[in-house]
Write a protein that binds this ligand. Structure first.
Ligand code: ATP
Ligand code: MG
Length: 572
């Protein structure tokens, strides 16, 4: 699954084909096809928000254009007025830009071409290559045949050109109800390829379009609109996903039959990612049925969800480069996506201390009114990020799970009588445990500290086996932390669908909210979107729900937890 990193290429002299698409393009340039131009497009249908699969397509199309000194258009495939919305158009623009790509002044809409597409259709009728069919959608399906049986000609197939022109014009003028007539290409009802069995090219739909309003009540089908949009924009390489391989003969037929400029369609395998779904229909269902809080819920595989979760554009581009492009479908492990964001944030995220499940610790021999400031390193991976001062005082919080009254083997953290290091501060030793009389729950620890260990090292050279993070009780701020886990419990939620429903494999623990966490005071006014490593806990970013001193952080991804692994092994 992992692929060699291909460095970004620039200029045409250093062209090194690194996958089959780039090889094809390199060959085409050599052969002076399309005068050596490279012009791609990213053609989303504005019927949902973009997801990580789209990111693969965006990186591929915009990436190839950049590498080969070409251009990439953003084109909205807005041929279905009933499912498309302006909100989606705006979100798509924002997401493509955020990923780091720019279409300059080349933003187009298939609806820009409705007049042209209509005249292409009229031309096909004139040439005897299209006809108006009165079969209902159900009848059309019945006449189409199957993979093993040929189709049957429509009884309307041999209408005269004049009658077809007249009927098509009356379809356009709004004389007929939805679904009662279509315009179909006259190709071959016996073709081995179902797409070639007189496909519908226009349908009647009395619906208001988000851009053309009520001008049209007939709309072109995707296959018809797509190839001509590519042609009109002088696209050279029309890169799409594998399910369009069977549509390629039709793509070619339309363009050849009308004798217009002909781009080359190339198909690649779509991205599938484990433990999630990447189909807009399913994502819409998650949003509509409120299984998530919205398209940008940090558990969603959408670009906006990943952004809110704390993913960076760099990490997503890097992921897309790593997975590469192939001709065969496969499922990429979610762990690879997580690896990519860890790798990026490790270099860039400032380290801070945050306690998720606070346990109060009183340092008995520390002066009551003393507050010291200890110096903490902001990022051990980047000394340029400097240091900060963290207040330390007599009462602190540590992580509840960093203490065990009866420590198992290999648990090296705090326990009665044991000494550990407080990061950047002192060694402390546990001398007392206070418990709730009724529940037996540990409510407070008493410790002593060694003033000679300031900064975290003992002058006599004695060692401790654990270093804990902490915050000063009087200085820390309370925060809400949202811990995200996989959205689904099944690696392939869709495969469960037979007989059941992918919704049934939603992970009930995909979001765990902790409301009384304590974080370092320096986070009091952290800006929305800024990211941090909470030491020993993971990478977190500020959620937009934060407001005036009440901070909310999203866990982007955990750090690798070695203890969890050890414990798992022990339990086996
Ligand atoms: P979905 O199946 O999620 O509804 P779609 O293919 O209908 O997606 P479009 O808006 O038509 O979505 O897609 C725009 C472009 O993104 C197309 O070129 C499509 O091939 C590509 N694309 C969509 N999903 C993926 C994916 N999972 N991996 C790679 N490319 C994708
Ligand atoms: Mg589509």
């Amino acid at each position: 699954m992992m692929k060699d990193n291909t460095s970004l290429m620039s200029g045409t002299d250093s062209l090194r084909p690194s996958d089959f698409i780039r090889s094809i393009i390199t060959e085409d340039i050599k052969a002076k096809k399309y005068e050596g131009r490279v012009h791609t497009r990213f053609p989303p249908e504005p019927n949902g928000y973009l997801h990580i699969g789209h990111a693969k397509s965006i990186c591929l199309n915009f990436g190839i254009a950049a590498e080969f000194g070409g251009l990439c258009n953003l084109r909205f495939d807005d041929t279905n007025p009933t499912k498309e919305e302006v909100e989606y158009v705006e979100s798509i623009k924002e997401d493509v830009r955020w990923l780091g790509f720019d279409w300059d002044d080349r933003m187009f809409f298939a609806s820009d071409y409705f007049d042209r597409l209509h005249s292409y259709a009229v031309q096909l009728i004139r040439d005897g290559r299209a006809y108006v069919c009165d079969l209902s959608p159900r009848e059309i399906r019945e006449y189409r045949g199957t993979l093993t049986e040929p189709g049957k000609d429509s009884p309307y197939r041999n209408r005269s050109v004049e009658e077809n022109l007249d009927l098509f014009e009356r379809m356009r003028a709004g004389e007929f109800a939805d679904g009662c007539r279509t315009l179909r290409a006259k190709i071959d009802m016996k073709s081995g390829n179902l797409n070639m069995r007189d496909p519908v090219i226009y349908r009647i739909l009395h619906a208001t379009h988000h851009r053309t309003g009520d001008k049209w009540c007939i709309y072109p089908m995707y296959d018809f609109a797509h190839c001509f949009s590519d042609s009109l924009e002088k696209i050279t390489h029309s890169i799409c996903t594998l399910e369009f391989e069977d549509h390629r003969p039709l793509y070619d037929w339309f363009l050849d039959t009308l004798g217009v400029y002909h781009p080359r369609q190339i198909e690649f395998a779509r991205l599938n990612l484990s433990y999630t779904v990447l189909s807009k229909r399913k994502l819409i269902e998650l949003v509509a049925q409120k299984h998530v809080t919205g398209w940008d819920d940090p558990r969603m595989p959408t670009i906006s969800g990943l952004r809110r979760r704390g993913y960076t554009p760099e990490s997503i581009r890097n992921f897309c480069e790593r997975i590469g492009v192939a001709k065969r479908d496969s499922i990429v492990d979610m762990a690879l996506l997580e690896f990519c964001i860890r790798e990026d944030l490790n270099k860039r995220a400032p380290r801070v201390m945050a306690v998720l499940n606070p346990l109060r610790v009183v340092i008995d021999n520390y002066p009551e009114d003393l507050v010291e400031e200890v110096e903490a390193v902001n990022n051990p991976e980047d000394s340029g990020m400097g240091t900060r001062k963290v207040p330390f005082s007599r009462i602190i919080y540590i992580e509840r799970e960093d203490f065990r009254e009866d420590p198992p083997k290999q648990f090296f953290r705090l326990a009665p009588g044991r000494e550990v290091r407080l990061r950047y501060a002192y060694f402390i030793k546990c001398v007392g445990v206070v418990k709730d009389e009724k529940t037996g729950e540990v409510t407070e620890l008493h410790c002593t500290y060694d003033p000679q260990t300031r900064g975290g090292d003992a002058h006599d050279g004695r060692k401790v086996k654990a270093t804990l993070h902490w915050v000063s009780a009087a200085h820390a701020i309370e925060a809400e932390l949202r811990l995200y886990n996989l959205l689904f419990t099944e690696a392939d939620p869709v495969s469960v669908e037979e007989g059941g429903d992918f919704i049934s494999s939603l992970n009930p623990e995909s979001l765990v909210t902790l409301r009384s966490c304590r974080v370092e005071p320096c986070l009091a006014n952290a800006a929305g979107g800024s990211f941090y490593q909470f030491e020993r806990q993971g990478y977190f970013c500020v959620d937009p729900d934060s407001s005036g001193g009440s901070m909310v952080f999203n866990r982007t991804v955990t750090l690798r937890d070695t203890w969890a692994k050890v414990e798992k092994k022990q339990n086996k």
